[in-house]
Design a binder for this molecule. Sequence first.
Ligand code: G4P
Length: 532
Amino acid sequence: MANNTITNEIEKRRTFAIISHPDAGKTTLTEKFLLYGGAINTAGSVKGKANSKYAVSDWMEIEKERGISVTSSVLQFDYNGFCINILDTPGHQDFSEDTYRTLMAADSAVMVIDASKGVEAQTIKLFKVCVMRHIPIFTFINKMDRDARDSFELLDDIESVLGIRTCPVNWPIGSGKSFKGIYDRKAKTVRTFESVSTGGSKSAAETDFNIEDSELKELVTDDLYNQLVEEIGLLDGASDPLDLELVQKGELSPVFFGSALTTFGVETFLKYFLEMTTSPLPRLSNEGIIDPVENDFSAFVFKIQANMNKSHRDRIAFMRICSGKFNAEKEVFHVQSGRKLKLSQPQQIMAQDRQVIQEAYAGDVIGVFDPGIFSIGDTLTLPGNKFEYEGIPTFAPEHFCRVVQLNSMKRKQFVKGITQIAQEGAIQIFQEYSAGMSEIIVGVVGVLQFDVLKYRLENEYGCEIRLESLPYGYIRWVGDPSTDVTKLKRLNNVKTVKDMKGNPLLLFVNDWMIRMVLEDNEGLELLEFKKN
Ligand code: G4P
C-alpha cells in the first residue's frame, strides 16, 4: 500500500509517446511542450541542425558520430502540477523496432499530422501498434499556418485510413495566409492568429473572442466567418460526441488543430490533453492486474541499447516503471533470472541531459547499466514478488538481406555475434527451410540496422560480412505454428522461413500476394505481430 507521497507522485504522471511521419513537426511540438514546462529556454534546443548540435533527445552522441544512431529517448518535465514523460519515437533513418517497442511503454499517444499531407506511411505503422494496445490517441493537425487540406477531408482521411473515429475539440478558420485562428468547441470562443516575426523566429499573437463578438467578424472577413458558422453547425450535427470512455479505449481520437512552429494551439492542446489522459494505468501480469499505486515497485524492460560507450562495451536497459516507487538504494528482483540485484547507475533524461537518479515512480522510464542479464520484455519487482508482465511482441521487419560471411574460419564468432545482436532486438534472423545456419536472412524494421549489424560484427566480433538485398518487403507469422508451410498453395515467389524459435513465416514481395495466399488457403492466419 503506497503512502501519500508515492500516490501523489504517481497520480501526477502522464507518460505518452509522440508519433508522426518524418517532418510533420514532432520535434517542433515536443520543443514547444518543453518550453511551456520551462524545461528549456530557447527554441531550437531539441534538435540542432545537421551536425551542429545534437538533439536533447539523442541518447548517443557516440553513435551519431559513427553515423549510426539507433536511439529513442525520454524527456521529463513538470507542467501545471503534472509530471510529464514524453517518449520519442525516432523516425527517418533511426526508425527501428525500438520505435515500436517504445509504444509499449506509453499510456497514450499523440499523433502529429501535417495538415497539407494527411495521414502518411510511418504514422500508419505506429498507429497500428497503438491500436493493438488500445491506448488513447490524440491527434494534433499541424502546420495550419501553411496551406492545408480541407479540414473535413483530413478527418475523413484519419477515419478511413486509420479506422478510428474522430472528434474535433477545436476547429480552424482558414489556413496558410488566410489562417485566422481556432474555434474552441467547448468554450465557444475563437482564439485569433496573427503571425509575428520576433528576431527571426516565428510566433503568433493571440486574442480570445466570443464567437458572437463583432470585432471578431471584422478580423476574420465575412466569408471565413460565415464558413466557420456553417462548419460548426455541421460538426455539431454530424460529428461524434466527445465520449471520454471511447477515448480511453483508443476508439475515438480527439483532434486539435494548430501550428507548432508558431506555438499556436499548443497550450490549448496541452490543457485538454492533460484533462483527458489518465495517470499510469494498471498493467496485466501473469498473476493478474498490477495497480500502479497499490502495488510495490515493478517495471519491465522495453529496450536495450548496446555499446553506449564502445570502450566499455556497455549495455543500457530501459525500463518502464509500472507500479510503486523505485529506490536506487534497494535491491530489486529480476524475475526471469531469479536474481536479486541493485540496479547500477539508474538514469533519467531531464530535458537537457542524463542524470543519475535516486528515485522514480510508476510512469517513469529509467535506464540502467545492464551486466548482460536483461532481455526485452523482462520484469523487475521487489524481492518476494514473482509476477511477470506480458512479453513485448515481435514486430514484422520490412527489409531483408541474405548475410554472407566472408571468412569461413570465423564461423563461431559469426554465429555468436549475430545471435547476440538478434537477442538485443536490433535485428531479427531467419533461416530458410532448406538451409542451416549457413544461410541466414536478416530482417530489420529500418534499413540503418543493416549498417549497425555490419559495423558491429566487424568491430566487436571481427567478422566481415556481405549483405545481399532481397526483394521482400512483408513478413507474416503463420498463426498456427504447427502448419506445414510446404503444403500451402500459391507459394510461387513467396519464401518460407523460420525464426530462431522454429516458428514458420512467409516472406512476400507485396501486399497483394499476401491477400492471394490468404484467399487460396482457407483457414490460414497470417500475423503482423508475434506475441512473446
Ligand atoms: P519531425 O520531428 O516530425 O521530423 O519534424 P520537425 O519538427 O523537425 O519539423 C519539420 C519541418 O517542419 C521543420 O522545418 C519545422 O520548422 C517545420 N514545421 C514544424 N511545425 C511547423 C508549423 O506548425 N508550421 C510550419 N510552417 N512549419 C512547421 P525545416 O525547414 O525542415 O527545419 P527548420 O529549419 O525550420 O528547423
